[in-house]
Design a protein around this ligand. Structure first.
Ligand code: FEO
Ligand code: CA
Ligand code: CA
Ligand code: CA
Length: 622
């Protein structure tokens, strides 16, 4: 989305919003509207959404659930047409289905609806003029749904490996579906990358288990969703499906301009709980993809392509993530370990900072990990990185290179286990908060700024510093740090998750977890990176009760901000919803066609109320 903005976004930071408030709260002078909601039909023949008469067939043609990654891609040379790409991380059956309907006669259909509500959506957009609200085009030529049953090609060194073969796919090169797609990135060649994150929860492991299953959180018991009862491939205890789980946990690539293209799973980037992936083109033309593994004490990875980027040659560029080298980050602090006491207090040199090394896992087609083949390193990447000695981080979420400076920003969302007895690690300079209780541990997360040596994306060493130690300055559980900016002047911020940049190079951070930590609705914040205000955090919006803020897209030249509002009403039930966002229809007997007495994950556009007189909703509009 970078490059379409222009520094026009002027706003006064909003106050933090109490966590029960079921509103999208935006700054004065702005208004908001949903562009597309869970259940909105993508195709002409798809039925309108009807929450009381859902079918898997209808859902497969409707916008999916729990939108996370988002981009708004204007067509080249146009301000009035484009495509929206969003993924659908997971489903919340407690909010989607009437429990009375979920009986033995309907449970299989409910599971198939949930499968169809996962994946990705590509939807065409149009509008009358720049600066106004986009509308989605039902029946748009590029509209597409990808679900848990869509055919994917597998490429890279592990494609065709015995570790990926099943009785349905003896080639090990053709997988049905994508699951738990969290964050992502748009490549310089216009495709979308998306991370398969907590895929383990969909699969029942073998009865005996294995070190690999255990490292990936795959357990022998029945899954909560019970998909293995509807489709046998979801249990490794069904003969022939032992490897099905190995076919998930990858970065996928989708071409949103070509609805007939086959999406790809890239094994060269390794298999773990990929939050997402973001690409930077190096000075020599190779491309570098960065990715975080979102688990407590897991790692940050970097892939360097073998081949070079060719501007304008999408077909060639779509092969770049198929071959190259894979590395994992090791961070070293420059202050004495005795000064890193776990409280978040700055060491004597005044900074949490140091140097680091990208440790090799696969280089020039050869494994660099003793006792593991290339295929094993790529399929069991977490175990390879353990052996390599990577630094255990506080849940790496989005990892994004800055579009002009090249510096890498790493959101570390939180880790309340660091420093606890019998857990994997205590404080280090890159993860300096560790406590024995959740209040004193790294409850609120932090953000690291990483500079590749020589600002060369292909460098194998780097420098780093902590940009923010997050929290609520009015009620800090532990020490906070905003790169020296006065803490009393920033908006409270906790649990950084997704990152974006505006046209002036400011960092934008969306949060996932503020309600359960600092007590406010999740938010979108702008962070100034350069000049005297470096470290200044200003809250732009808040999402409704129970929701997390995802996929921020900042089109400041167009006076617009887009967010994916994920899991509104989380914690409520179908009968007693705690959010009615965005339809705000109270009472089932008043439900109109295409609306719902239920929260609906939706993509929202926030735009200037000046440019859209009469349109949109002001704060609190119902
Ligand atoms: Fe799905 Fe790491 O958040
Ligand atoms: Ca230091
Ligand atoms: Ca996330
Ligand atoms: Ca998260």
């Amino acid at each position: 989305g970078f490059g379409q903005g222009g520094g026009k976004l002027r706003f006064t930071a909003i106050a933090p919003v109490e966590r029960t408030v079921d509103e999208v709260t935006v700054p004065a002078g702005y208004t908001w509207e949903p562009i597309i909601r869970w259940g909105d039909p993508l195709f002409r023949k798809t039925p309108d959404f009807d929450i009381e008469n859902q079918t898997a067939r209808a859902q497969a043609g409707q916008f999916g659930y729990n939108n996370d990654y988002l981009n708004i891609l204007a067509d080249k040379g146009s301000t009035r047409s484009g495509v929206l790409v969003a993924n659908h991380e997971y489903t919340n059956e407690d909010l989607m289905f009437d429990p009375a309907w979920m009986d033995d006669d309907h449970v299989d259909e409910a599971r198939r609806i949930a499968m169809a509500a996962h994946g990705l959506s590509v939807v065409e957009l149009r509008r009358k003029k720049a600066g106004t609200k986009w509308e989605y085009v039902r029946g748009g030529a590029r509209n597409r749904r990808i679900t848990a049953t869509t055919v994917f090609a597998v490429d890279g060194p592990a494609a065709g490996s015995d570790l990926l073969k099943t009785k349905d796919d003896p080639t090990g090169k053709k997988v049905l579906g994508t699951l738990n797609n969290c964050a992502g990135g748009t490549t310089p060649w216009g495709t979308v990358l998306s991370g398969e994150e907590n895929f383990n929860q969909y699969f029942q492991g073998t009865a005996t288990g294995s070190p690999e299953d255990s490292r990936y959180g795959i357990s022998a018991g029945p899954t909560e969703r019970g998909w293995e009862l509807t489709d046998p491939r979801f249990s490794a205890q069904n003969a022939g499906y032992e490897n099905e789980v190995n076919r998930f946990g990858w970065i996928i690539e989708v071409d949103p301009q070509d609805p007939s293209s086959t999406p790809v799973k890239h094994t060269a980037l390794g298999r773990f709980k990929h939050e997402g992936a973001n690409v930077r083109v190096a000075a020599d033309g190779r491309v570098v993809s960065y990715s975080g593994d979102d688990e407590r004490f897991d790692y940050v990875y970097k892939f360097i392509s073998r081949d070079k980027y060719k501007p304008g040659n999408k077909k060639h560029n779509m092969t770049l993530l198929s071959a190259g080298d894979l590395y994992v980050a090791q961070f070293s602090g420059d202050s004495p370990a005795s000064e890193i006491d776990g409280s978040g207090t700055l060491p004597a040199d005044g900074a949490f900072d140091g140097t680091g090394t990208w440790l090799p896992l696969v280089v020039d087609g050869e494994s660099k990990v003793a006792g593991m083949s290339v295929e094993e390193v790529l399929v069991y990447t977490r175990l390879a990185a353990d052996k390599a000695g990577a630094t255990k981080m506080d849940r790496p979420e989005d990892v994004e290179p800055h579009p002009t400076t090249g510096k890498l920003y790493i959101a570390l969302t939180n880790n309340t286990d660091r420093g606890k007895a019998n857990k994997k690690a205590g404080a280090d300079e890159a993860n300096p908060r560790a406590g024995t209780t959740s209040a004193t541990s790294n409850r609120d997360g932090h953000v690291i700024e990483l500079t590749e040596t020589g600002n060369d994306a292909t460098a194998l060493t780097f420098g780093w510093n902590i940009l923010l130690l997050c929290g609520d300055p009015k009620a800090p559980a532990s020490k906070l740090y905003f790169s020296g900016y006065p803490a009393e002047k920033v908006s409270p911020i906790a649990c950084p998750d997704n990152l974006a940049f505006d046209s002036k190079g400011n960092l934008w951070i969306s949060t996932d977890g503020q309600p359960g930590t600092i007590g406010y609705c999740d938010a979108l914040h702008k962070v100034t990176l350069e000049g005297p205000d470096r470290g200044r955090v200003e809250q732009f919006l808040a999402v409704p009760a129970g929701a997390e803020t995802c996929g921020p897209v900042i089109h400041d030249r167009d006076d617009s901000v887009f967010v994916a509002v994920q899991h509104p009403g989380d914690g409520g039930t179908y009968a007693e919803p705690t959010s009615l966002f965005p339809d705000y229809v109270a009472g089932r007997n008043r439900v109109r066609r295409g609306q719902a007495y239920a929260p609906r994950p939706s993509v929202v556009q926030v735009f200037s109320s000046r440019a859209n007189s009469g349109a949109g909703r002001s704060r609190g509009a119902r």
